[in-house]
Design a protein around this ligand. Structure first.
Ligand code: ATP
Ligand code: MG
Length: 492
C-alpha cells in the first residue's frame, strides 16, 4: 500500500505508461450525420492548412477547442491543426511559417498582415508522456537551462513537464491532450471526427473529463487546473467528479509554473468572454478568496478586499462585465486595460493618501502608479508594453478633467485616447465621476471642428463665474460641473 502510494507520488503508478505500452483510447470514426458539425463553421485558412499538409502526403486534422466549439454549434475564434509532419516539414510547406516555443515546439502559419492577420497553430502529434522514460532535471526551466538544451522530453523533480517535444502517432497524441472534449480530430475533407476518448458523448452530457488519471495529469502540468476552471465557465460544463476531486489539493503545484505562464493563464481566464463566470468557478472551488492562498495572488489581492469597498467592487464588476460584453461582440480587448481596471482603486487610494500628505497631484499619481505596479505586476519579462499601456491609461485620467485651451484637442490625438476614454466612461458609470464629464468627451471626440468649439465654449461659460467679482473660490470649483473627487486639473 505504502509502496503504491510512493510510486503514485513519484508518477510511477498505474497512470504512468509502461515503456512501449502507452495507454491510449480506441479509435472511433464518427461521420457527419452523427456529430452534426456544420462544415460552414470551418475557417478557410484552417482548411487550406489541412489540405496543404494532406496533399503533401501527411495526416492533418483540425483539433482541440475548434472541434469542440463546432460540435457545440459555435464558430471557433481560433483554429489549431495537428499533423504527423514535423515542425520543419510543416514550415517548408508554407510561405510564412515560424517555428516557435521551447517547452512545446509548434509552427505558426500566418496569413494576411496587420490587424487582419490570422495565425493557424500547427502542432506535430506528440508521443504519450512516459514519466519513467523522461529525463529528469533537479531544477526548473530557469535553473536547468543548459541541461534542457537539446532534450525533447524532460520533467522536473515533481513530475512537471518542462519539455514535450517527442513526436508520436495520433492515438498517443490524443492521450496526452487534457480533456476528452479537447481531444477530437476533424478532417474537413471527409467531415469525419476521430474520437479516442468518448469526447463526443461527454460534449452531449456537458461534462468536462480529464483524460487518464487526473492526479498525474495535474502533476505533469498544473496549468490544467486553471484550464478546467476556464472551460467549465466558458462551456457551462460540469466537472466530472474524478477530475474535480484532486483539483484543489493540486493547486499548490501551480507555484512551480513560471510566472509568465501563470500570468498568461490569468489573462486568458479573464478575457475569453466569461470572466465573471470564471471567477465564480475559482471561488466555488476554493481557488480564490478561500482560506488558502489561490494560484493568482493578484486576483486574491484585488477581489478579496473588493467586497469591503462597494465603489471598488462596482468598478471591478463593471470592468469584467464590459470585457465579457466586448468579447461577445467580437471587439478587441487588451490585457492592459483590464489590469488597469482591476488595480485602479488601489492606485486611487495611494494617490489620495499621497495628496493628503501634501504631495503635488501629478507626481503623487505617478508615485502611486509606480507603487501599485511594483507590488502587483512586478517584473514579468517581456511585459514592457503592457506596463507602458497601463501607466498611460492611469496617467491620462487627470487630463480629462482639464477641458480648456488646447488640452482637449491634444488629448484626443493621443494614440491611446480610446482606452483612456473607455476607462473614464467606466469611472463615470460607477459613480466615481459625473456622467456629464464622460458625455462631454464622447461628444468632443466624435464632433466636428464647430461642435468642438461649441463644447469648449460651454465649459468656458460654465467657468465664467470665476471671473465675476466677489465670487468665491468654491463657486469657481463647482462651476466646471465636475465635482470630481480626484480632480487635479483645476488645481494644477
Ligand atoms: P480555447 O477555446 O481557449 O482556444 P483550446 O482547447 O483550443 O481552447 P488551446 O490552449 O488553444 O485551448 O489548446 C489547443 C488544444 O491543445 C487543446 O484543446 C488541448 O487538446 C491541447 N492542450 C492545450 N494545452 C494543454 C495542456 N496544458 N495539457 C494538455 N493538452 C493541452
Ligand atoms: Mg484554441
Amino acid at each position: 500500500m505504502i509502496k503504491k502510494l510512493i510510486k503514485r507520488l513519484l508518477g510511477q503508478g498505474d497512470s504512468a505508461a509502461k515503456p512501449g505500452k502507452p495507454r491510449t483510447g480506441k479509435r472511433v470514426e464518427v461521420a457527419q450525420p452523427e456529430h452534426g458539425i456544420d462544415p460552414a463553421l470551418v475557417d478557410d485558412k484552417a482548411r487550406k492548412v489541412v489540405e496543404t499538409l494532406q496533399d503533401a502526403g501527411h495526416q492533418a486534422y483540425i483539433v482541440g477547442g475548434a472541434v469542440r466549439d463546432m460540435l457545440l454549434g459555435h464558430r471557433p475564434k481560433d483554429f489549431d491543426v495537428a499533423t504527423d509532419a514535423t515542425p520543419e516539414q510543416v514550415k517548408a510547406l508554407f510561405r510564412r511559417a515560424f517555428i516557435i516555443g521551447r517547452r512545446f515546439r509548434i509552427v505558426h502559419v500566418v496569413y494576411g498582415r496587420g490587424r487582419e492577420h490570422e495565425v493557424i497553430e500547427v502542432s506535430t502529434f506528440r508521443a504519450y508522456l512516459d514519466a519513467a522514460a523522461a529525463e529528469q532535471v533537479e531544477g526548473n526551466e530557469k535553473t536547468s537551462k543548459s541541461e534542457l538544451q537539446g532534450k525533447s522530453h524532460v520533467i522536473d523533480a515533481s513530475g512537471r513537464v518542462l519539455r514535450d517535444n517527442v513526436w508520436g502517432p495520433q492515438d498517443e497524441d490524443a492521450a496526452r491532450r487534457d480533456f476528452t472534449v479537447n481531444a477530437l480530430y476533424y478532417d474537413p475533407r471527409t467531415q469525419i471526427v476521430v474520437d479516442y476518448h468518448g469526447g463526443i458523448a461527454d460534449a452531449k452530457k456537458r461534462l468536462l473529463r480529464m483524460i487518464g488519471d487526473p492526479v498525474a495529469r495535474y502533476r505533469e502540468d498544473p496549468v490544467r487546473i486553471i484550464r478546467a476552471m476556464r472551460f467549465a465557465a466558458k462551456l457551462g460544463f460540469e466537472i466530472e467528479p474524478k477530475t474535480l476531486k484532486p483539483l484543489r489539493e493540486s493547486a499548490a503545484l501551480l507555484e512551480a509554473v513560471p510566472l509568465s505562464r501563470q500570468f498568461d493563464e490569468m489573462i486568458k481566464l479573464l478575457q475569453t468572454g466569461h470572466a465573471i463566470k470564471s471567477i465564480e468557478q475559482l471561488r466555488k472551488h476554493g481557488l480564490l478568496g478561500g482560506p488558502k492562498p489561490g494560484p493568482f495572488p493578484l486576483l486574491d489581492a484585488v477581489l478579496a478586499d473588493a467586497s469591503k469597498n462597494p465603489a471598488r467592487e462596482a468598478f471591478i464588476n463593471a470592468a469584467l462585465a464590459d470585457t465579457d460584453r466586448r468579447v461577445g461582440e467580437d471587439k478587441p480587448v487588451a490585457p492592459s486595460f483590464l489590469l488597469a481596471c482591476l488595480l485602479w482603486h488601489e492606485v486611487l487610494a495611494g494617490w489620495q493618501r499621497r495628496k493628503a500628505a501634501g504631495g503635488a497631484p501629478f507626481p503623487a499619481l505617478q508615485e502611486a502608479v509606480d507603487a501599485v505596479f511594483d507590488a502587483r505586476i512586478g517584473d514579468i519579462s517581456g511585459r514592457g508594453k503592457l506596463g507602458t499601456d497601463m501607466r498611460e491609461i492611469w496617467l491620462m485620467q487627470p487630463r480629462f478633467e482639464r477641458r480648456t485651451g488646447s488640452g482637449p484637442l491634444s488629448l484626443i490625438e493621443q494614440p491611446r485616447f480610446r482606452a483612456g476614454f473607455d476607462f473614464l466612461r467606466l469611472r463615470a458609470d460607477t459613480g466615481e465621476l459625473p456622467d456629464e464629464l464622460a458625455e462631454w468627451w464622447e461628444d468632443f471626440s466624435l464632433g466636428t471642428d464647430e461642435e468642438r468649439r461649441a463644447l469648449l465654449d460651454d465649459v468656458r461659460a460654465q467657468q465664467q463665474p470665476r471671473r465675476v467679482p466677489g465670487s468665491g473660490r468654491g463657486a469657481a470649483r463647482t462651476a466646471g460641473r465636475c465635482s470630481c473627487s480626484t480632480s487635479t486639473a483645476s488645481r494644477r
